[in-house]
Design a protein around this ligand. Structure first.
Ligand code: ADP
Length: 668
């Protein structure tokens, strides 16, 4: 006997009965309900002592807990959306505009007056359908024959076509074919007499959305047209609806994603793809596998309890690891494809779940690193690093008050001076975004809170000055890498573009007795090694023009090293800086540290344009660089830069390496 005097058998019966009820009420599609019922049938036959029983119960319980048809209603008020984006985020004007445009298209698509074509050779039937549909607010066009329908279809597109199946000459099937070939997204509903149901089913196989039977019932017409429209709108609004936010960490991608969800009135969920090792994390494990679990996508949907959240997939550019089990990009392609994701199958669910209502936002540090086919699906929006002025504004207006609230200091909020924030930015952080800035501000707030607790009082007014910053955060963590360094022979400053934004690197060249070998160290990538080779070859073939002896390479080895192990070093844009370092070494002319060089070098000495100009400028500013030498061809990129990114920096445009040499190298 079990608890409350019920027999085990009775308990099992009751459990199954409860689950049946839950299955019936979960709003699942018929197909899934059938799967669940079958599983329950199987469970009712086996005893609770068998392992499968519990696994089965958990499964059914999970299925019924999914928001199969629960969705939040969209709020498509653009003015409100704009207000929400602005309230949370400073600046980012272009990005906000792009997002609003994106939402605006959605609004247009969903609120546009829908056009319905009604085709029937029975005049009375046409008239009554026209009346019903007009009442629903649709724009209705009628045709009394297949030929007339063809003419209408030639003239303009429709969202839904209702057509009689049996007509003289051109029949309903022809209208269906014509519609689908011209407007694949348009939904076609067949109207049929009782006798031709088989043909109607045949029509559905050929792509009709549904069929209704004569005599026509008003409610049925109304509901089937509504459903057909929903389907059409979903496919239409979903196309190209994947936004990709690309940029360095801490530039507001995640928090803007949250704001988009709030602006739409949708739930927000986030899945980090970075470091994912197994396709099962996306798609789940089969139930036969011990400890099987659903994938993250389905799990997040269940957690937020709505089937149309804004779902952020973080770090898409980090997913293509070689050691990944299964093919992650193909399953992601399926998730993001509006044609396929209506029937997404998670291995654990083993039944299709419709993902097409989700608004996907993908993030990446560098959009170019996303695999081609995935990238093609997306509308990429670039986020870039912030200037120091922007960081100060964001800190003063957003970050400080956020941290003060978070640390319980809002009754007697400490005040941060601008100089203090500036000190934190310059001496305690080195980043494109504001993650560490936020962390340091949080740390100061925490220390103030702790002091208040020790003092058993919290009404002392604290003004955070640069001195207090030093007291709370300890000695400075960063120096101006360039301004604080001495000029040397054989060492130049280069600019690279990494996932964390721009960064400066130093290129060191040394020579020693040897047999003409080029040694490259500093964990350089393949492309960068080749740039070094090319730079050396260029100098060897043009030695005379730099006053370098022709045979300098005969009894010497040349060593090029790029310190700072943490920065991934690859790409062609260090070529020019390497060449200048070599010329400095071979002519013994010291190189100015505060002049940074970025450009790809060809064997003939031309300097080719490079990417990531804004990030490189910001990095140069952070490091204290005074002059930037970049390729002539990048002139357009510089014209696009905001004022505060380029002022205080002298920009020198060069198209040939010789033009760069005298700007970097001093006389002996
Ligand atoms: P990412 O996702 O790009 O790494 P986050 O969205 O996590 O960056 O941003 C880090 C922090 O910086 C968050 O607290 C965010 O609110 C804040 N932040 C970033 N950009 C802005 C901005 N323009 N205005 C206000 N706060 C910002």
């Amino acid at each position: 006997m079990g608890i409350f005097g019920k027999s085990e058998e009775q308990i099992q019966k009751d459990t199954i009965k409860d689950l049946r009820q839950m299955v019936a009420e979960a709003g699942m599609p018929d197909e899934v309900q059938k799967i669940a019922s079958k599983e329950l049938e199987m469970l009712s036959k086996i005893g609770p002592s068998i392992a499968e029983y519990t696994i089965g119960l958990t499964y059914i319980d999970y299925l019924t807990g999914l928001p199969w048809n629960k969705m939040t209603e969209d709020n498509l008020d653009l003015a409100r959306a704009e207000k929400i984006l602005n309230e949370r985020h400073f600046g980012l004007q272009k990005i906000k505009e792009r997002i609003l445009e994106h939402l605006a298209v959605k609004v247009l698509v969903t609120t546009k007056k829908c056009r319905v074509l009604v085709v029937d050779d029975e005049k009375i039937a046409v008239r009554s359908m026209e009346r019903i549909l007009n009442k629903e607010g649709y724009k209705v066009v009628t045709a009394h024959s297949g030929e007339a329908a063809f003419k209408e279809l030639e003239m303009s597109p429709f969202d839904v076509v209702l057509t009689d199946l049996k007509m003289e000459k051109i029949d309903g099937i022809d209208v269906l074919k014509k519609t689908k070939s011209k407007y694949p997204d348009t939904q076609v509903v067949m109207i049929t007499g009782f006798a031709s149901i088989e043909t109607a089913v045949e029509a559905m196989r050929k792509g009709a959305f549904d069929y209704i039977q004569k005599p026509i019932k008003l409610d049925e017409v109304r509901s089937v047209v509504k459903k057909a429209l929903d389907k059409k709108l979903i496919t239409r609004s979903a196309k190209g609806s994947v936004l990709c936010f690309a940029g360095p960490p801490g530039t507001g991608k995640t928090s803007l994603g949250r704001a988009v969800a709030e602006a739409l009135g949708r739930k927000f969920a986030r899945i980090s793809l970075g470091g994912m090792k197994d396709e099962a994390e996306i798609r789940g494990h089969r139930r036969t596998y011990a400890g099987a679990m659903p994938g993250r996508i389905i799990d997040e949907i269940r957690r937020v309890g709505s089937c149309n959240p804004v779902l952020m997939l973080d770090e898409l550019d980090k997913i293509a690891g070689h050691d990944f089990k299964g093919d992650p990009s193909s399953s992601l392609l399926e998730v993001l494809d509006p044609e396929q994701n209506q029937n997404f199958i998670d291995h654990y669910l083993d039944a299709p779940f419709d993902l097409s209502n989700i608004v996907f936002i993908v993030t990446a540090n560098i959009a170019d690193n996303i695999q081609g086919p995935l990238r093609d699906r997306m509308e990429v929006i670039e986020f870039s690093g912030y200037t120091e002025d922007e960081k100060i504004r964001i800190a003063m207006d957003y970050v400080v008050s956020k941290q003060i609230n978070a640390k319980g200091l809002s009754d007697n909020p400490p005040e941060f001076t601008q100089e203090a924030i500036s000190k934190i930015i310059q001496e305690y952080t080195r980043e494109a975004g504001i993650r560490n800035l936020e962390r340091e501000v949080a740390s100061i707030c925490r220390k103030i809170a702790t002091e208040f607790v020790y003092e058993k009082q919290s009404n002392r007014k604290i003004i955070v000055t640069p001195e207090l910053v030093e007291k709370y955060l300890g000695p400075r963590k960063h120096y101006f890498e360039v301004a604080d360094e001495k000029d040397r022979v054989g060492v130049t400053t280069g600019l690279v573009w990494t996932e964390a934004g721009g960064a400066i690197i130093f290129i060191e060249a040394a020579r020693m007795k040897g047999s003409g070998e080029l040694i490259l160290t500093g964990s350089l990538g393949e492309v960068m090694r080749e740039s070094a080779q090319a730079a050396l070859s260029y100098i060897r073939s043009n030695a005379a023009s730099f006053n370098i002896s022709e045979n300098f390479f005969e009894h010497q080895d040349i060593h090029i090293h790029v310190p700072a192990g943490a920065i991934p070093k690859d790409g062609p844009s260090a070529g020019a800086a390497i060449a200048v370092a070599l010329i400095s070494l071979l002519t013994s002319r010291p190189a100015r540290r505060d002049v940074a060089v970025s450009g790809e070098l060809t064997l003939s000495g031309r300097v080719l344009p490079v990417g990531g100009i804004k990030e490189k400028f910001l990095a140069a500013r952070r490091a204290g660089v005074k002059t930037i030498i970049i390729p002539q061809k990048n002139k357009v990129d510089i014209e696009d830069l905001p004022r505060d990114v380029k002022d205080k920096l002298e920009v020198v445009l060069v198209s040939n390496i010789e033009e760069a040499v005298d700007r970097v190298l001093m006389e002996k």
